[in-house]
Ligand binder design. Structure first.
Ligand code: LMR
Length: 409
């Protein structure tokens, strides 16, 4: 009977969101979940998404039929081009197979389920997925749910609050040959720390030597630097090096389509004579996994994204909206740093400026995070991660002062 089912802990991020909503203090600040907010701390419907939505609603042929198992074809094709580039040799050679998924989470799941079912490395111990330490908390349980061991490689240096590059390289070198390595394509969650291009080049070299299998999670394309191609650079470097690899692509953040669950999974075969045959076989198995789990993906969000991705004018407007979001986040990094400088807050805070994307890994400890919540009504995850998008001109000074107080102890 169900008596044997133990109580599970609440999801830390969604629990935090619920606690924030319940808090009635007017000074409260939400730096928890990674969702963009405007300068009034409100969710932002991208103007281009509003426009596409209006167009869709006016379409007399719009209906609620099932999408194909692999999702909306125009969306998948545009998603390939977005992430691999319009002139991608891999697309031209037809060595990419793509399925629309339930956002990035669904894509990470589909890739993990595929590895669990079909991956046959030389040694059994290589059948595991390596994630960075730390990584997005959900990676761990998505992989665990398909009964694959989760292993970690070093990533973040507590001392420099930057990349532990030597640690990462050592970790990759000591992983058994042919391991699956999950990499954040850009705007690493939770740390906001990305390798430089030079470092990515070295990472690719080591992974090639070790015959590791790259699995990219790309949840912030266009959001980190403001440029779609810059944020996809690492993925394309690996593709150019001839890797066989997988990509999980989310449209939650860069289109602000959080609840619509629009995403895409791509399998890219290595450039070899039989690559087209490989993607046909892989694609057929992915379709069975998809059919048995979600039957076919949700339509609405993908339709919105597809309209924008396939229309030059809307696409250009989207790029503008992306710059609005990444620009506001960058200005908040500057504002927070300069308030801390003015306050003379003990410690070094340059990393707030150096980190990139939605998050900053502040270095605040669990006790300081606890005080920020109980005394100042500031909500963030226990590991000291803040969602930069939760800051705005109205609350950044209050947050800096609160931070200053808890840092002084
Ligand atoms: C986050 O890390 O805050 C976001 O990616 C939201 C989520 O689903 O965890």
């Amino acid at each position: 009977t169900a008596d044997v089912v133990p109580q599970a802990p609440e999801d830390p991020l969604f629990g935090l969101m619920a606690a924030y909503r319940k808090d009635t203090n007017e000074k409260k600040v939400d730096l928890g979940i990674g969702a963009y907010r405007d300068d009034n701390a409100k969710p932002w419907v991208l103007p281009v998404v509003k426009e596409a939505d209006d167009l869709l609603r006016k379409d007399p042929d719009l209906n609620h039929e099932y999408l194909p198992i692999g999702g909306l074809v125009a969306f998948n094709q545009a998603s390939q081009k977005l992430i691999l580039g319009k002139d991608s040799a891999a697309i031209k050679d037809q060595r990419v197979v793509s399925l629309q998924t339930v956002s990035g989470t669904g894509a990470v799941h589909l890739g993990s389920a595929f590895i669990a079912k079909f991956y046959t490395p030389k040694t059994a111990e290589a059948k595991a997925i390596y994630i960075s330490s730390p990584s997005w908390a959900n990676h761990n349980q998505i992989i665990d749910n398909v009964h694959l061991p989760v292993k970690t490689y070093p990533y973040f240096s507590k001392e420099t609050k930057g990349l532990d590059f030597d640690g990462m390289i050592n970790g990759l070198e000591s992983a058994p040959e042919g391991s699956v390595i999950l990499l954040h394509a850009c705007a690493h969650n939770p740390t906001g720390v990305d390798p430089t291009r030079e470092q990515w080049t070295k990472i690719a070299e080591v992974m090639k030597q070790k015959k590791h299998f790259p699995f990219f999670d790309c949840a912030y394309q266009g959001f980190a630097s403001g440029s779609l191609s810059t944020d996809a650079w690492a993925i394309n470097h690996f593709v150019d090096q001839g890797f066989e690899l997988m990509i999980a692509q989310s449209y939650a953040k860069n289109f602000g389509l959080y609840g619509e669950r629009a995403g895409c999974f791509h399998f890219v075969a290595a450039p070899a004579g039989n690559a087209q045959d490989t993607v046909a076989r892989v694609g057929s198995q992915l379709a069975i996994l998809q059919r048995s789990e979600i039957s076919n993906p949700p339509a609405y969000g993908a339709r919105i994204a597809s309209l924008i991705l396939n229309d030059e004018k809307l696409f250009a407007q989207w790029e503008e909206d992306l710059r609005t979001m990444s620009g506001r986040i960058k200005s908040m990094r500057k504002a927070l740093k300069s308030h801390l400088d003015q306050l003379g807050t003990p410690g070094k805070w340059d990393h707030i400026m150096e980190q990139i994307g939605m998050f900053s890994f502040t270095g605040l400890n669990e006790q300081q995070v606890g005080r920020l919540r109980s005394e100042f009504h500031v909500y963030m995850t226990k590991n000291g991660r803040i969602s930069m998008a939760g800051l705005n001109r109205g609350n950044v000074e209050y947050f800096a002062k609160s931070m200053d107080e808890v840092v002084r102890g």
